[in-house]
Ligand binder design. Structure first.
Ligand SMILES: Cc1ncc(C[n+]2csc(CCOP(=O)(O)OP(=O)(O)O)c2C)c(N)n1
Length: 635
């Protein structure tokens, strides 16, 4: 176990500029150990953060980040940065309720210059900062750090394109570890790695560097000039070709774990005054921790584990996750329907489509971190008679809103959207909660929207969606199911019909998706505690609504409780109220709505967050008591 003398003694990040390379190497060890210890206890993005420890130190030793500006792409790799920028004392609170966020956030520290969580934004944001700097007549540096996975996202290319055109001073550091969460995909990824592996290119680079270094006492300017000549020449044979076509100066590839080399090349990049520069850094994901180096996909984002062995701590429940049930069911249905194509945007494991990939590799496509492209690509397939299934997290599907409207729904194409991580996701926090999908999907013509209440219903919802002639989305939450038995056979659900799961006469509870089981639990508790008889209705269909049944409920009950794990503004309960209003069914009933408030919910465990926003069964019991209490005078 390394000591933490240097880390504990670091009063301000700018002190790193005075550190020797040897001190920085020792500090790298200390930082790694602290990251491993804290992530073992709190879970988090381990392998990405371990891979950039030296890069982070070199950046802090080269730049003055009180003035210079740094944008991390995604930000899941910024743990070392957090530790080294005035947050070491709070680092143990990482990802916990009220603690440090797992991602850079402007509100958290003056060193977090831009908030992130979704990929491929860094170049655009940094370019905006560079223009702002120039307009203000300032001279500081602006740096974006982007991974090779995030570089597959279209927005990154939009940023490169404009940066090359504008020609402003900007440093883009490409952190190339050949990995996204899984191995990186696409022609660009092949291009980055294949050209590098050609032995003669490497030999030529070594010779050229040897030659340059042998020139005695040339001044810094001349050295940079000479190196740039070498870089330009080399760039014809290396990935530099690509970036030079975007009118970037290209430097690299550089060993991302060699601090002296990194410092030298960062300083060289900083000295370039005419236009943007791309510094290509090669790193190993999970560097310095054997389990993470051996399995960077597993340790990309990991739950609790034993730091000595890397062994994940088993979760106590034996129930399968919604994700797993989805992956298995899709694979099952695809056996009889060869038109099914599974599509993921760089998340085969996260979406459960890895099961499908093993069984039907020819019908599986990982498009890279490109949600927009995934959706239009699916629309193209659907237009030719295929049944594409886009499996994607709710938060990332936000990216593809126009593609859903314009390419899929407008043409009424049968694309199925399997929207995982709908609702509160927990520790990843505000950038990752699936809060908005009901609101952003329910108003699009032709779109149908299903919300399975548990893992068994998820199976039937998927079978139903795949039997429909047009677009359909199903939303389901992060985490394990409710432990209900899985039916052996799949059924196609009756269109626009929900299910009454419990009868009662005092109050109607209309609960959506993962709030149905807590509603049933609450109804049972309320009956035991105060004798309230609550009916529980699961609409299953959020769009179109089960209108006939909802109309009956509005007529039959004077007390109604609506519950969803999604934003209240424009969500399911809004839809129901609109429907009741338009049909003239609102006649002074007492109606209460439970859902996500109009704020960005922060990070913490799912349980703690549900407690915070009041979506647990005990909150439902309280709401029932409130609804059924005699009205006070004047209300
Ligand atoms: C728009 C969007 N889609 C998906 C993700 C999920 N995600 C987080 S990190 C990551 C891989 C990033 O790869 P890379 O940029 O190479 O960084 P590395 O983890 O390899 O350091 C993905 C797909 C995301 N954050 N944003």
């Amino acid at each position: 176990m390394a000591g933490t003398d240097l880390l504990d003694g670091l009063d301000t990040p700018s002190r790193l500029q005075t550190f020797s390379d040897v001190q920085l190497a020792q500090l790298a060890q200390e930082v790694r150990h602290r990251i491993i210890d804290v992530v073992a206890q709190n879970g988090g993005h381990l392998a990405p953060s371990l891979g950039v420890v030296e890069l982070t130190l070199a950046l802090l030793a080269t730049f003055d980040l009180q003035h210079d500006r740094l944008v991390w792409d995604v930000g899941h790799q910024a743990y070392a940065y957090k530790l080294l920028t005035d947050r070491a004392d709070r680092f143990h609170t990482l990802r916990t309720l009220g603690g440090l966020s797992g991602f850079p956030r402007m509100a958290e520290s003056p060193y977090d210059h831009f908030g992130v969580g979704h990929s491929s934004t860094s170049i655009s944001a940094a370019l905006g900062m560079a223009l702002a700097r120039d307009l203000a007549g300032l001279t500081h540096h602006v740096i974006a750090v982007i991974g090779d996975g995030s570089l597959t996202g279209g927005e990154a290319f939009e940023g490169l394109n404009l940066a090359g055109h504008m020609g402003r001073r900007l440093i883009v550091v490409l952190n190339d570890n050949e990995m996204s969460i899984s191995p990186n995909v696409g022609a660009l990824s092949l291009f980055l790695s294949r050209t590098l592996s050609r032995r003669w290119v490497r030999q030529m680079r070594r010779d050229a560097l040897k030659f340059l270094r042998a020139i005695p006492r040339i001044g810094q300017k001349l050295a940079v000039y000479a190196m740039r000549g070498e870089w330009s020449f080399k760039s014809f044979f290396t990935p530099g070709m690509l970036f030079e076509a975007f009118r970037f100066n290209y430097i690299g590839p550089v060993d991302g774990h060699n601090i002296p080399d990194l410092r030298r090349h960062l300083a060289a990049a900083a000295a370039i005054e005419d236009g943007p520069v791309l510094l290509h850094v090669r790193t190993h994901k999970g560097k310095g921790y054997a389990p993470a180096e051996q399995n960077p996909t597993l340790y990309h984002g990991i739950g609790l584990f034993r730091p000595e062995t890397g062994k994940p701590l088993q979760s106590k429940t034996k129930w399968p996750s919604f994700t797993k049930v989805f992956g298995d069911t899709l694979t099952e249905i695809a056996a009889r329907d060869t038109r099914i194509i599974a599509i993921t945007a760089a998340m085969p494991e996260g979406t459960g489509t890895n099961t499908f990939r093993s069984r039907y590799p020819d019908r599986f496509v990982d498009v890279g971190i490109c949600e927009q492209h995934a959706v239009t690509f699916a629309a193209g397939l659907a237009s030719q008679g295929y049944r594409p299934v886009v499996a994607v997290y709710s938060t990332f599907l936000q990216r593809a809103y126009d593609q859903i409207v314009h390419d899929v729904c407008l043409q009424n194409l049968p694309v199925t959207f399997c929207v995982d991580r709908a609702g509160l996701v927990g520790e990843d926090g505000a950038t990752h909660h699936g809060a908005f999908d009901i609101a952003y999907l329910r108003h699009i013509p032709h779109m149908r929207l299903l919300a399975p209440r548990d893992e068994d219903m998820l199976r039937h919802c998927l079978a139903t969606a795949l039997a429909l002639p047009g677009p359909c989305a199903l939303r389901y939450p992060r985490g394990v199911g409710f432990g209900v038995p899985l039916s052996a056979t799949l059924r196609v659900l009756t269109a626009d019909m929900g299910e009454i799961l419990k009868e009662g006469d005092d109050v109607a509870i209309i609960a959506v998706g993962n709030r149905v089981h807590p509603a049933l639990e609450a109804a049972a508790l309320a009956e035991q505690e105060i004798g309230i008889q609550a009916l529980v209705f699961d609409p299953i269909w959020l769009k179109p609504l089960p209108e006939e049944q909802l109309a009956e409920l509005a007529q039959r009950f004077t007390r109604i409780l609506l519950i969803e794990e999604g934003v209240l503004a424009g969500g399911f309960s809004s839809a129901v109220l609109e429907f009741w209003n338009d049909k003239g069914l609102l006649r002074g009933q007492r109606i209460k709505r439970m859902g996500l408030p109009d704020v960005f919910v922060e990070h913490g465990s799912q349980l703690a967050l549900r407690e915070q926003v009041g979506l647990r069964s005990k909150n439902i019991v309280d709401a029932l008591k409130d609804l059924c209490a005699p009205r006070s005078q004047g209300t």
